[in-house]
Design a protein around this ligand. Sequence first.
Ligand code: NAP
Ligand code: GLV
Length: 311
Amino acid sequence: MTILLVKSGGPGAIEEWRAAFATVRPDLDVRWWDDPSVDPLAVRYALVWAPEPGRLKTYPNLRLVISSGAGVDHLAGDTMLPDVPIVRLGAPEAVWRMREYVALSVLHLHRLWHRFAANQRARVWDELPNPEAPERRVGVMGLGQLGAAALDALRPFGFPLSGWSRSPKALPGVRCFADMRGLKPFLAQCDILVCLLPATPETNGILNAETFAALPRGASVVNAARGSLLVEADLLAALDSGHLEAAVLDVFETEPLPPDSPLWLHPCITITPHVASFPGRPARARFAAEVITAFEAGRALPNLFDPKRGY
Ligand code: NAP
Ligand code: GLV
């Protein structure tokens, strides 16, 4: 039988992975990453999250790697990756989850929910006037599968929408900006900035003091990408100076966020524990099975990781 090696969710998750694959690709022999009975020569496919660097290279007959998440920064640092296609997670459920998360976060910031929450705790009745959607410009950094879907989810609310990516894009109803030349003009017109960029050397620390200074006064920020993109001290300084209004953060430089982090109790920060878009194992198994079937049929694969771009 063809072995699919799984490293995602810990050894305790393997029974759930097996059950999930049994319904979509019962022919696959689904094994845990550290199963000592696995013959390395029989491993054809791997579904992984943060494998030890160099380990994938030890399977001479490995044909295809699927990342258990949409981000591939957990693989990109491996300097000994095998020369096989690496597919980023692209399950529809992952996209739906991010759409929900971005819509919820943007509405939260737009309607000043963080202030109402603080006022509730203080028993303060204050209507807090705030602009209507056409006066609240929302910009998304990263126009890939998640950024484009997030903009779709925001469209019905009537916010003026914009987006920023590496290469030029055309999205209906979205003012598109590209590359470093487009960054400052993009930022200058974002009242709510949503970050959905991949973690690469170019994006490392991109949410920094200079970026925040380029946003209009009173802007807010959502980071649902990776913690390495945000300079946490710069965010705190921009919030404390009053230049920024609020932030919603799902991802952090150190996860879990340490108990002594000043982010936890900041009144203008809403924290979620890296849950913006992580679909269940059955959804990920369905996506992986479809990718394996496409690969076996010689069809084009979706969401290919490009080591040169780093995402
Ligand atoms: P994707 O399809 O690869 O899209 C990435 C987008 O970012 C593309 O539009 C790309 O531009 C743009 N980009 C990359 N580098 C850039 C740069 N240096 N300057 C400007 N734009 C740049 O990725 P995705 O599937 O949408 O996922 C995005 C990220 O979300 C993932 O990498 C991951 O870190 C994060 N994520 C977080 C969660 C969570 O639960 N919090 C869940 C899933 C994913 P081009 O279009 O020109 O290539
Ligand atoms: C989660 O963070 C992912 O990359 O899918």
